[in-house]
Design a protein. Structure first.
Length: 218
């Protein structure tokens, strides 16, 4: 996954280089919610960020969110096939596969290379969303960043990354009623930024546990 002359460096290679070296924060844990996970935070995020400019696309991604939550409630493993199912719903496409070309984002400032083993590496990274010795906020943050920097789909990767984040949290019954604070640019070579994302997720989880939620049963 090398870059050719005149091309930006391979940001996926940067991410794979720093990923094992990130000092993920410790986590005291949170009380799991009873009943189904609260969905308002993610619903509100997609509605606020997309609703005014793409009502049909917003409706589709909210359908995909419902599918992701249903899969989480079934305790399904996070795989590319599962994400492709959500992506079909989010994009309204019948067929969604792993990208077949190098991908670009951030106005071309990040390039994500492609090699024969890229999809297999992505599958392996997704499987680590249940890594037992890593706290949930860190696993959720890492899965979110994996999707952003592998950029597995030809379109809609930011939505896919948020759906993966929602799924990893919901699979363990964790509430998240505010999502907008997560909305910032992420860079593939930012070690501290990755750890900070996990810290922020932990803060949001604790805050949600302390607030009444319509998704929580008394």
């Amino acid at each position: 996954m090398t870059s050719g002359p005149g091309q930006p460096k391979d940001s996926l290679a940067d991410w794979l280089l720093i990923r094992p070296e990130i000092s993920w924060p410790s986590w005291p844990g949170a009380c799991l919610a009873s009943g189904a996970p609260a969905r308002d935070g993610f619903q509100n995020f997609f509605t606020a960020t997309r609703g005014g400019r793409d009502s049909e696309g917003t409706a589709r991604v909210l359908t995909a969110l419902d599918v992701a939550f249903a899969d989480a409630e079934q305790g399904r493993p996070l795989t590319f096939a599962l994400m492709a199912k959500w992506q079909r719903a989010a994009l309204g496409h019948d067929l969604v596969g792993f990208r077949t070309m190098p991908a670009f984002a951030k106005g071309g400032r990040e390039r994500y290379g492609l090699a024969p083993d890229t999809q297999a590496l992505f599958e392996h990274c997704l499987s680590e969303s249940v890594q037992p010795n890593l706290p949930l906020p860190s696993r959720a943050a890492r899965a979110h960043l994996d999707v952003l920097f592998f950029h597995p789909f030809e379109d809609g990767n930011a939505r896919a990354a948020m759906l993966a984040l929602a799924f990893v949290l919901a699979r363990e019954g964790v509430l998240l009623d505010q999502v907008r604070p997560l909305e910032t640019t992420r860079w593939a070579d930012d070690v501290e930024g990755a750890a900070d994302l996990a810290v922020l997720l932990g803060i949001l989880i604790i805050a949600a546990e302390r607030r009444p939620s319509r998704g929580r049963q008394s």
